[in-house]
Design a protein around this ligand. Sequence first.
Ligand code: FAD
Length: 665
Amino acid sequence: MRLWGQLFTLLSLLLRQNVLMVVQGALLTGRPGKVSSTKGISAAFLECLAAINPEATCAATRVIADSLDAELYDQERQNVMINYQTYPAAIFYACTTGDVADAVQCANQFHIKVSAASGRHGFVGAALPTGYLAIDLSYLNKYAMSADNSTITIGPGATNGRLLTALHRSGISGAAVATGGCTFVGLGGYMLGGGLGFLGRVLGLGCDRLLNVEMVLADGTVVNANKDTYPDLFWASCGGGGGTFGIVTAFTFQISILPNRGQLVGVTVTYAAGSAPFVESHMAFQDWLPTASRLWGIDNADITPSPQGPVFGFQGVYFGEAAAALQELQDGGVLDNLCMDPVRCAFNNVPGYPMGVSMVQYESFYDFYLDTQAFNYLSPALLPGQGLTTLSLAQKEVALDSIANALWGYPYTPFVAVDALANPSAPMLLQEVAAGEGPYTISTCSNTTILAPRVVGGNLYNEYQLPLTRIFGPMPRSMVEDLAQLLENLARACAQGVVTACLVGFGGHTLTGAYTDKSPTETAFFFRNDMWIQFISLTTSAKQTPYLSDKEVKEFVRDFIKPYERLVARYFPRATAYANYQNPLNGPLVLKDWQHGYWGENYARLREIKSKKARTSKQEVKVMVVYVSIGILIKAYIAGTRRNCYHVACGHKKRRMEIATERVK
Ligand SMILES: Cc1cc2nc3c(=O)[nH]c(=O)nc-3n(C[C@H](O)[C@H](O)[C@H](O)COP(=O)(O)OP(=O)(O)OC[C@H]3O[C@@H](n4cnc5c(N)ncnc54)[C@H](O)[C@@H]3O)c2cc1C
């Protein structure tokens, strides 16, 4: 029996190593697994999960599976990108790092692949792939500042908004870590893929200020990766992408102090509609951007098709006075061709400032950020042109948390947990929103099924359907002209009803500034020295169709996305994309050369780090094979000596053999 036991142990060890490698390989590409059914998930596996840390109470139900509660499972398995419907084998809510490690062990024991889910904002549903155990980290969202307030350690389940709230609550003026534009995006995926946003030109990528990651590896061990220990894993944790090498359970960041202690003007520049101003404004912007001072953070350099022609504009934060910001814009030559439309472009202007330029002074970046969220989560129809600027900071927090509670119903909210309807300080409009009344639309950040049951005013917008990203350097004039032409064509086709899917989201992050402070190979984020990270997507209204019809999708891909892709390829032939904005995993928009596409020259090193781990695993297996084989031989020998030994000396020999066998057990 013992011999069989040892053989079984050997076999399962080999199998386990193999499974771990498969998990790692699958996660590197971020591709969901091929298993298509969640039936047959063994009760023993679910029991293994249920037995983890039974005292923990972070979530009401911690183990979720189709076989346990189909309705709950259907709610809980959702990704924010609704077009990726995935069916994980089970979802496990971890309350501690130890829970994550134990859950990984359970999965290994039952040969089930593992994924991590933080904010669930990944573009391709890789947080909860079909057939995997999805370990949900949303309750790992606590934070702690170091005694000298120079660093912050925070869980991956915390959101962008929560990190900023934490820094604000520290009371240190200007304390910052670079985060992204939408408050509910999880730090887990965001930071591991790089992290772009308003503060990028000032502080660099979100992950550039990482000091340490606590990580559960595929075999369940917990390690700390930093520049001294596991430096390779640490390097890969900045741009390598989520789900690649292990599950991060805590990030530690250096806290930066923003220029001018964080006092800033929020600036929006909008240019006139039409091909000529579109081209000229782009060229001027591209000339100015690399030379702009480090007091400027720039984001949302967006393009909008309109019946009057394409429109370009950008948003920025300037850490200084409004007059100085205006002077820099003037000196930079970016104030020609401004929008002169009093309806679209006259809001928030400081009297005497040009139309098309909006400037609002803020006490802190946090204050500014809260305002942008009002736009991001509710359309300008909510408070036309004003965001939440007229409210106090505390009221803004209440207002945004009300939105969170009312619309998202998520277990974690970034601000203060307040019920809008019960709170008299929440503005009336928000109370109406919470009650599902009024003509409000949901915009930029809120593309989620989680919203679906609470469609506000019947106008749910599912954004980012079919997203396609491209990263490239400054565009030659002819490329901008071609782009203008493409947008003109789209607007014309829409007006004539030729194309039905006319709502296009066309977002632009821009690099330069502190993004370039590290070299492309210093972290795993390679494409630092480019200028544009553009993404286009289709915006659909759930009021009409929750999903686009196949015909509409095909038309849109044929008439707009493919021509855009070809246009970029004419000028930048080797397609590159941001690891955090993964392109569709199949169909015509797949990024074919994805190895280079997401990681450039860093792919080889990422691959090597993985194979180094795989080699280590193989060595461990070899050592185990040797040990277990010795054990088997000894066992056989003992059996033989037992059979043949009839004299006293055999007794000693037998004892020695038993000791040896004990050692290898
Ligand atoms: C509305 C919206 C706005 C966005 N805005 C920005 C922006 O301004 N700037 C920007 O740079 N990006 C932005 N993104 C992209 C975003 O950074 C990525 O989608 C990111 O991966 C989301 O992280 P998450 O934790 O929310 O997602 P998840 O879907 O939970 O995770 C994404 C991937 O990371 C893995 N992962 C998650 N947590 C961990 C962990 N703890 N350890 C290991 N792997 C993990 C998952 O397995 C999955 O593969 C935006 C996305 C959306 C949908």
